[in-house]
Design a protein around this ligand. Structure first.
Ligand code: MLT
Ligand code: MN
Ligand code: ZN
Length: 306
């Protein structure tokens, strides 16, 4: 069977619509205006056989995401899950809070993350010590050096982490001085086909290791957070630029679209899209510009066969 990526949540932190946002786009979703589609927060699930899955990032929307994807809850036992393990690409709130919602697991959660992320989740947002009072956590350290690893129970899929230049979370003491392992991208490969996908929802810079990972992949599922660097500031939503938050904007010189141009032979899909991003207006000019270059926008429930 092909390597399958199930998109559980295609929005950035906050989701779409965001709970407190009255921007025209969030209003558009709430009003049911054609051209605006609701999205939950950043997470995918990966399988090599369609039966057992690695959850990549555990979003605060995980409960709704499992409900929307019945394959994640098979009926082999009174209490059951197809999620064999959880892989984290950083320690951001939108990627880890869902761990708390998995606390009813009858076994310890099998958690794959770097030492840096483990440190944040032990000392600064102590989800791991908290879970020791519920199901417990069995940590599998992953190195951000490109060496391959497997998620136990997820057959036919291999993973490798690529260290990324991005940002540690706002709560981390290393927000402004990120260390190797604070942010990773994942090269996910199907053992049978040898085909691979590069997944990086938080991409601050395209440096040589990232280019190499992209060049060797067949599908690029990458950071769609902001269209312009100053989108949040100009819209009156915040004071930080996309780059301040560790996200390369799509438009403009040195932006992600320019960086993706050499890879037009590959399937290129944007994910982790902020509610301020005009590409969420499905009939808008920015979305048309993307379509003209062959770049797709991920949606909740999308299944990507690699
Ligand atoms: C980010 O990727 O920068 C996050 O979505 C921020 C957050 O979760 O608040
Ligand atoms: Mn995020
Ligand atoms: Zn909004």
């Amino acid at each position: 069977m092909a390597l399958t990526i199930q998109v559980l949540g295609s929005a950035a932190g906050g989701g779409f619509p965001q709970w407190n946002c009255n921007c025209p786009q969030c209003l558009g979703v709430r009003a049911g205006t054609p051209g605006f589609t609701a999205r939950t927060q950043s997470s995918i699930a990966v399988s090599g056989d369609g039966n057992s899955f690695a959850l990549i990032n555990a979003s605060p929307d995980i409960r709704a995401q499992i409900l929307a994807n019945p394959r994640l809850q098979p009926g082999r036992a009174r209490r059951d899950s197809a999620i064999a393990g959880v892989v984290l690409i950083d320690s951001q709130i939108d990627h880890v809070t869902g761990l708390l919602l998995l606390r009813e697991s009858p076994q310890a959660l099998e958690l794959y993350c770097t030492a840096r992320v483990h440190e944040d989740l032990t000392h600064h947002f102590p989800v791991i010590p908290m879970l020791q009072h519920y199901c417990g956590v069995n940590w599998h350290p992953i190195a951000a050096n490109g060496s391959a690893f497997q998620v136990q129970g997820v057959e036919g899929v291999s993973f490798a982490a690529v260290d990324l230049q991005s940002k540690a979370p706002p709560y981390s003491p290393h927000r402004e001085c990120p260390r190797p392992g604070d942010n990773i991208g994942l090269v996910i490969a199907g053992a049978a086909s040898g085909r691979q996908i590069f997944y990086a929802p938080g991409l601050g810079r395209i440096d040589p290791p990232v280019s190499a990972a992209m060049a060797g992949s067949h599908v690029l599922l990458v950071d769609g957070t902001c269209w312009t660097d100053d989108e949040l500031v100009r819209g009156g939503f915040g004071v930080q630029s996309a780059r301040d938050m560790g996200h390369l904007p799509q438009s403009g010189a040195g932006g992600l679209l320019e960086m993706l141009a050499p890879y037009s032979d590959k399937r290129r899909i944007l994910i982790h899209i902020n509610n301020t991003n005009p590409i969420l207006h499905e009939t808008g000019a920015e979305r048309a510009q993307l379509a003209a270059t062959g770049i797709e926008v991920a949606y909740d429930g999308q299944q990507i066969e690699v």
